[in-house]
Design a protein around this ligand. Structure first.
Ligand SMILES: O=C(O)CCC(=O)C(=O)O
Ligand SMILES: [Fe+2]
Length: 337
């Protein structure tokens, strides 16, 4: 099964295999209108109060934003992308050691989705996933090759954890919640999910990742400089411009619910291209599975702001999300009051 990794066989094929050809209505379609000029970009060196307002507006209008001048060194970001590319470029035999579709496995390398064997169609994507906080706890399960993997990804995980705390605090300020509101159980888990999309023989017929909302609190994505990420807005798919060294912040379902619909969780997907490999490194900020979640009490304390959702435990939400195949509207319906 491990030989099904796209990165291990794609160089030998010139035409897209049938099992990767999506029905017409699901294909990427016409070129997408880029959000020229109106794409939300937040400079993290500006005044905190301004950042908070901009982040809240972007999260309401778009459900995502990009952050620049975030303080993580360009060298570290380049090394991260390089070591991850090196990982996927290792011989198939070396990668096979990490192959796993067991959801409980501590380090998973798989292709398309974890449900590959039950899929009608496959996505043109390989993925590597493992936890990264607390570091000492999970480091022993990480890949040992390439030799610099653990050193570089440790530094990356520590730096992104700090950025995640900073972004969480700016969001809580913007919502009028106390500093640290999203710390603790709401952001206890941090997961690295590396998406690897090799050049695809026919990008018009294939998809890199299905249309979905992230089920967690929020996600920060480091993209290399290759197009592929798209968001769904006002009935259209819109390309998210890659900005060198920026992070894309995707608002997840939990932030929509906790903010009582003030922030919007965005539907997004990834398309492929025929020329270049694309890599997108996701850092998922995730509540603990027993975490109790409901709209923040400070946001629903008067009669004009009544809670839109009922309380639940995060693991229940994940279960509902899985049985609804990530269809956020359907999931929300089960928690709406
Ligand atoms: O590759 C991308 O740009 C999208 C990644 C993504 O949405 C995810 O990992 O949840
Ligand atoms: Fe996502």
């Amino acid at each position: 099964m491990e030989n099904n990794l796209v990165s291990s066989w794609c160089k030998n094929v010139k035409t897209l295999p049938e099992s990767y050809i999506f029905p017409e209505e699901q294909r990427p379609g016409e070129p997408i209108v880029p959000l020229s000029g109106s794409s939300p970009i937040i400079d993290l060196t500006t005044h905190e109060h301004d950042q908070a307002q901009q982040i809240i507006k972007a999260s309401q209008d778009f459900g995502y934003f990009q952050v620049i001048n975030h303080g993580i060194s360009e060298t570290l970001l380049e090394e991260t992308i390089d070591v991850l590319k090196e990982f996927f470029n290792m011989p198939a035999k070396e990668k096979a050691k990490y192959y796993s579709v067991d959801p409980n496995s501590k380090c998973k390398l798989y292709t398309s989705t974890i449900n590959y064997s039950n899929e009608d169609k496959h996505y043109w994507r390989d993925a590597l996933a493992h936890h990264c906080h607390p570091l000492q706890h999970y480091l022993p399960f990480w890949p040992e090759k390439p030799t610099r993997y653990q050193e570089v990804i440790s530094a990356y995980s520590i730096e992104t954890r700090k950025l995640i705390t900073k972004i969480s605090d700016v969001i809580s300020e913007g919502l009028g919640l106390e500093k640290g509101y999203f710390g603790g159980e709401l952001s206890k888990v941090q997961m690295l999910l590396v998406n690897y999309y090799p050049p695809c023989p026919d990008p018009n017929l294939a998809l890199g990742m299905h249309s979905h909302c992230d089920p967690n609190l929020f996600t920060i994505l480091l993209q290399d400089n290759v197009h592929g990420l798209q968001i769904f807005k006002d009935g259209k798919w819109i390309a998210v411009e890659p900005i060198p060294n920026a992070f894309v912040v995707i608002i997840g379902c939990q932030l929509q619910i906790i903010s009582n619909n003030k922030l919007k969780s965005v539907i997004h997907r990834a398309v492929t291209n025929s020329k270049e490999t694309r890599i997108c490194v996701g850092n998922f900020v995730i509540p603990s599975s027993d975490c109790h979640i409901e709209p923040a009490s400070d946001l629903v304390k008067n009669t004009t702001n009544i809670p839109a959702y009922k309380p639940y435990q995060y693991k229940e939400f994940l279960h509902t999300y899985a049985i609804n195949h990530g269809d956020f509207e359907a999931v929300l319906q089960s928690y709406k009051l």
